[in-house]
Write a protein that binds this ligand. Structure first.
Ligand SMILES: [Zn+2]
Length: 205
């Protein structure tokens, strides 16, 4: 190999290396917060719970958008994601859901998380939301879907909570939840901001 070819090979390798590095960096550069609306954009597979009047996906989107808006107003960077997630690193990730039950009103609120790293945050959220949400709670990670959520494999967060905010197939709960969806979103945003050490005001409930 002559010197010219060696130089050409060297630069080609350098460019490939740089491109690989940029790709790696852009997919793994951590954000402060990921907010996912559960089931958003799914037309097949797990499209979420629904009752005669409400669809979980719509409520998830409404809450996720409002949480995002509030966090950005506090100058916290947020990556807002639908059901189809991409490889991401974050300090905090929250997936928004409402539960459905075959026997109406058999469910309520609950929390899922991938490991004990999220345990304390989960208990702080539970303490906060339980002071507001007047219906039943399940114990944490009570279903395989909560324990083994697919999002845990894609979004690598220091703390990851999947929030079931109530039961959408229970009339008593939806009557209470529907006019409060934005307030619940503000409570979630507050809980995230506090977890990040921000000095923000607790929303009036
Ligand atoms: Zn769901």
């Amino acid at each position: 190999m002559n010197i010219k070819n060696k130089a050409a090979t060297f630069f080609a390798l350098l460019i490939i290396f740089l491109m690989a590095f940029i790709l790696y960096w852009s997919t793994t550069k951590p954000v402060s917060v990921v907010i996912q609306a559960g089931h958003e954009g799914r037309t097949t597979g797990n499209t979420g719970a629904e009752s005669k009047r409400y669809r979980e996906e719509e409520w998830n989107i409404l809450v996720a958008d409002e949480v995002t808006k509030q966090l950005r107003a506090w100058h916290i960077d947020v990556k807002r994601m639908p059901a189809r997630v991409s490889l991401t690193r974050a300090k905090i990730a929250i997936s928004i859901h409402f539960d459905g039950a075959t026997t109406p009103c058999a469910s309520g609120a609950s929390i899922g998380y991938p490991s004990d790293d999220s345990y304390d945050f989960a208990q702080r959220w539970k303490h906060l939301y339980a002071s507001y949400f007047p219906y039943a709670w399940h114990k944490d990670n009570f279903t395989p879907n909560l324990r083994n959520y697919y999002g845990y494999r894609w979004i690598h967060a220091e703390k990851f909570l999947l929030l079931e905010l109530g039961e959408i197939t229970c009339d008593t709960q939806t009557k209470w939840l529907k006019p409060r969806l934005k307030k619940i979103a503000h409570l979630i945003a507050y809980s995230i901001a506090k977890e990040l050490g921000k000095d923000v005001r607790k929303p009036l409930l």
